[in-house]
Design a protein around this ligand. Structure first.
Ligand code: TXA
Ligand code: MG
Length: 339
């Protein structure tokens, strides 16, 4: 299949809206990461996404909307908490898991009776949905298991020949996928951390939000993931990454003692001049938002340098950094050394 690479301008948006209505898939930018879109009501179109990504069938997709009126038919009920969260964070990088409505294609939901809904703020997403009239299902636009793409060029590396169109809207603002919160059941539960933090969710809801066990640790054998995506090998670069949890001085001492010809560092911005091995930076120390913005591009940059042993600086675990830690421990296959 030939893949058209087009700027996300008026012409590109019109092309995408037409593909969506015709039951085709394509890649587009969002404020979080690039996604692959298909009409959420068209099961055949949605099935094409799974094929293009090589994604396991039991991992459900998020449905994207452009206004609250589009919830009708997609969810069977709009919980009170959805109104509070939508008022605070929509449009924006938040996905709410709600009771599933009759019009969502079964292929989106992997057999669950819930559906994840997000209203993105990216103007290209809003325009494509408005022009087509279609809510769309969209996972991140990477091959399954690889880091999510934050530039159109990264989408191209994974998806060239696998879909008819990639819209180029420049680098993504947030850089990690949306925060996912479940608002079915008695207590709201954070299923995936993102730009919208736990503290912000609790402030908007006025109640405690539980944190799903899979977020900061490996699931134990036999434990069931509430967010199916959490159980898969994820964000895995070719390099073997180990996170070193300690000060910069401890980190540098460890790297110096263990370095070989194939060692590289995934460090904070500015530290590259103080280390004697090849370095890729992933954002400023203590700045979770900056780290989130650069993490996935940095993981891909490590791959572009070839197979290596990588020592990563350890991000924080709360606020905006929780999303970074959550992605990085998966990229590191949960190898963390406390210095
Ligand atoms: O920022 C984002 O959310 C991006 C952009 C493209 O919008 N999309 C994205 O989709 O990250 P994906 O498919 O890569 O991740 C969806 C996550 C998975 O971990 C999945 O298991 C979870 O959301 N999820 C989706 N529907 C769910 C549901 N009904 N219940 C629990 N988890 C769900
Ligand atoms: Mg993904």
């Amino acid at each position: 299949m030939e893949t058209i690479f087009h700027k996300a301008d008026a012409e590109g948006i019109a092309l995408a809206a037409r593909l969506l209505k015709e039951g085709e898939i394509f890649a587009l930018p969002t404020e979080t990461v690039y996604g692959i879109a298909a009409d959420a009501r068209n099961g055949k179109a949605v099935a094409e996404i799974f094929k293009a990504k090589g994604r396991p069938q039991d991992n459900p997709l998020i449905v994207h909307i452009a206004g609250m009126e589009m919830l009708a038919g997609l969810v069977s009920e709009v919980p009170e908490r959805a109104h509070l969260l939508a008022a605070a964070f929509w449009p924006g990088p938040l996905t709410m898991v709600m009771p599933r409505g009759p019009e969502v294609a079964a292929e989106c939901c992997a057999g669950l009776d819930t559906v994840g809904i997000r209203m993105p703020s990216h103007p290209v997403v809003q325009a494509v949905i408005r022009q087509s009239g279609c809510a769309f299902a969209a996972p991140s636009a990477n091959l399954s298991g690889k880091p999510s793409p934050t530039t159109a060029q990264d989408v191209r590396v994974d998806m060239e020949g696998r879909l008819p169109l990639i819209l180029d809207g420049g680098p993504c603002e947030v850089g990690v996928e949306s925060t996912v919160i479940s608002i079915v059941g008695e207590h709201p539960t954070l299923l995936r951390p993102g730009h919208i933090t736990l503290e912000q969710l609790e402030a908007a809801l006025g109640e405690e939000v539980l944190v799903s066990g899979a977020i900061l640790e490996k699931l134990k054998d036999g434990e069931v993931a509430r967010s199916p995506g959490m159980k898969y090998k994820h964000y895995a670069p070719k390099a073997d990454i180990t996170i070193l949890d300690g000060t910069f001085a401890q980190y540098k001492a460890y790297v110096d003692a263990h370095k070989t010809a194939h060692t590289a560092c995934l460090c904070f911005t500015g530290e590259e001049h103080r280390l004697d091995v090849p370095c890729v930076c992933y954002g400023r120390e203590g700045d979770g938002e900056d780290q989130a913005k650069h993490l996935f591009r940095s993981l891909r940059a490590l791959d572009e340098q070839g197979d290596q042993t990588v020592y990563a600086r350890c991000p924080g675990k709360d606020g905006a950094a929780m999303a970074v830690y959550n992605r990085l421990i998966r990229a590191a296959a949960f190898r963390v050394i406390k210095l």
